[in-house]
Design a protein around this ligand. Sequence first.
Ligand SMILES: [Zn+2]
Length: 241
Amino acid sequence: MKYSVVVLSLLLTISCNQRKKTDQNNTADVETKMVLDSVSKDSTDKVAKPALKSFEGLADTTFVRLADFSEDFAYDMRYATENNFLKAKVYDCAECYTRVKTAKALIEANKDFMEKGVKIKFYDCYRPNSVQYKMWEIVPNPQYVANPDKGSIHNKGGAVDITLVDMEGNELDMGTDFDYFGKRAYHDNVDLPQKILDNRKLLKETMEAHGFWSIRTEWWHYNLSAASNDRVANFKWECND
Ligand SMILES: [Zn+2]
């Protein structure tokens, strides 16, 4: 009798231990599945929205595609269309590249703009020197196009042509369109409605606070001071289609 009680209690202990083990396995399976679920959810998100790149390890003079580093800009790359003063498409595709130091300064400036409910919209960024030659062929007049032999700061990756848009993408009134060559586009023309002067002032003061300087005759053009001594470049970006 005593013997059979010992055997019975031994059997119960074994079966109990086995059940515990099975329970543990089930818990582990559920946990693994949850991890897998979250991994596959993450990778789905990544496919839909590629992660932004980091400037870490990049030299200040490296050319980068701005959209890889920030999603907060708007673009209307006019020279990739015929909607510009040349009436010609001189870029194969619409891309905005600048050197790293210019990109960093633009992202910082855009943070200030966004605090005020607006953001930068680009008309032109880095321009390969070969494109400068194309433009010069169409309009060989230094009043409108920089001489490609000397190159412009656009060719150095330190100049951008920009305006401001609200968060819905509506352009702020700057008084003229991009590349309007005339007195109405001048910074020192104060004979304009106050709203236009205020919009230009916001653009100019914020850009200047981030190391850019402007030219008197074009409200949309900004040069990064730190890029003035960089070389004229002829790097060309890839067009995917
Ligand atoms: Zn410009």
